[in-house]
Design a protein around this ligand. Structure first.
Ligand code: FAD
Ligand code: FES
Length: 367
């Protein structure tokens, strides 16, 4: 069942598995959601936490392509479903929206990601989310899970879109509001249609966030924030929340793309030059040795060229699928949008962004 080309080990959780598309549902004119059949034998691997994502892989026009998509279902719904919004000129999202059919098979990696929170029926929490466009996908999974699993918790969603027709999961959100009127509030913020109130017209940004914190919630009562949308929205609202007193550890965000984003701190500054290094990669207790040439290759690319089959998806430093730990030597990352400061501190790196800074490097996917 697992698919790899047998060149090198991959642990069960970072292998791709061929899953059949059980159903396709058109959510808006440019978004389709995709549910997968998960065979009984793989159920344990595809358990997920709300807010996690899947890496999908398939050949499109003769080229092997991989992209990540957040799961939009809640674990309690017993369904594995992602939603894909078509990006203009986008290879994978256009393929899913226009060519994928029910009954087709895609390669799918088991769920990953830290854009989540631990839920408990005893919690009496207030969660506040800011989502825009397809950024609703992981947020609706968390929102549904909170409503289903924490009977005393409340959820407040600010959801930005161009207009009503672009709102993904609009009917689902309406139905949830009707079912949980005292626990769920949804405020739509539209950039091209007026709803008659200035605070709900335009883009979600720091000014609106501050206004909502005056009018609609009290920051000191919020247990966790979830932000998912374009990077300018995230990096505008995140500092605004922190200025309002939010503990940074309680402000979770998920980035879908990397263009123009401020990067998280890394242990070493990005350095393009690199040099010959002898590299050992460990996974599932197996060791793979190769020589990395001084051509500026990342550890991931050089290892793949040398015959390894390592986990990766975005290759942009965002998804963390390629996360490994440096056991020996030094490594510098070009970009890091995926690892938390404590992970960097503990020696984790993104292989797709890493270059050796010492003659010998040992990295492990097992540690
Ligand atoms: C952890 C994670 C979770 C994600 N979850 C979702 C999800 O639930 N739903 C979803 O639709 N997408 C999601 N994405 C984004 C998705 O992985 C792809 O990046 C997106 O579908 C574009 O891929 P593509 O092949 O169509 O475009 P590409 O062919 O890769 O890119 C084409 C052009 O579009 C630009 N572009 C790429 N992505 C975007 C974007 N999101 N918005 C605007 N321009 C873009 C590129 O810069 C490029 O110029 C997620 C990404 C990550 C890392
Ligand atoms: S492959 Fe996404 S961070 Fe490296």
């Amino acid at each position: 069942m697992p698919v790899g080309d047998g060149r090198f080990f991959m642990s069960a959780a970072t292998k791709f598995y061929l899953l059949r598309v059980r159903s396709l549902r058109r959510e808006t004119a440019d978004t389709v959601s995709v549910a997968f059949d998960v065979p009984e034998a793989l159920q344990y691997l595809f358990q997920f936490k709300p807010g996690q994502y899947l890496s999908l892989r398939t050949e499109i026009d003769g080229v092997d392509q991989r992209r990540s998509y957040s799961i939009c279902s809640a674990p309690a719904e017993q369904e594995l479903r992602v939603a894909v919004k078509k990006v203009a000129g986008g290879v994978f999202s256009t393929f899913v929206n226009e060519r994928l059919q029910e009954g087709d098979e895609l390669l799918v990696m088991p769920p990953q990601g830290r854009f989540t929170t631990d839920l408990s029926a005893a919690n009496e929490h207030l969660y506040v989310a800011f989502a825009a466009g397809s950024g609703i996908t992981p947020v609706i999974s968390i929102l549904k899970s909170v409503l289903l699993e924490e009977p005393k918790s409340r959820f407040l969603l600010f959801f930005g879109n161009r207009g009503f027709d672009h709102i993904i999961f609009r009917e689902t959100l309406e139905a949830l509001k009707n079912r949980y009127p005292d626990r769920l509030a949804v405020h739509h913020v539209l950039s091209r249609e007026s709803v008659g109130a200035d605070w709900f017209y335009g883009r979600l940004d720091a000014d609106k966030c501050r206004a909502y914190a005056r009018l609609l919630f009290r920051p000191e009562e919020v247990d966790a924030y979830f932000l998912c949308g374009p990077e300018d929205m995230i990096f505008d609202i995140q500092p605004a929340l922190e200025a309002l007193g939010a503990d940074p550890k309680r402000v979770h965000f998920e980035l879908f793309t990397t263009a123009g984003m401020p990067k998280r701190e890394t242990t070493a500054s990005a350095q393009k030059e690199s040099f010959d290094a002898s590299v050992t990669v460990i996974q599932d207790g197996t060791q793979f040795d190769f020589q990395l040439p001084s051509d500026g290759s990342t550890l991931l690319d050089a290892a793949m060229r040398a015959g390894a089959d390592l986990p990766f998806s975005c290759k942009g430093g965002v998804c963390s699928t390629c996360k490994a730990r440096v056991l020996e030597g030094e490594v510098a990352m070009d970009l890091n949008y995926g690892l938390e400061p404590d992970e960097v501190e503990a020696g984790y790196v993104l292989m797709c962004q890493s270059h050796p800074k010492s003659a010998k490097v040992v990295v492990s996917f097992d540690a």
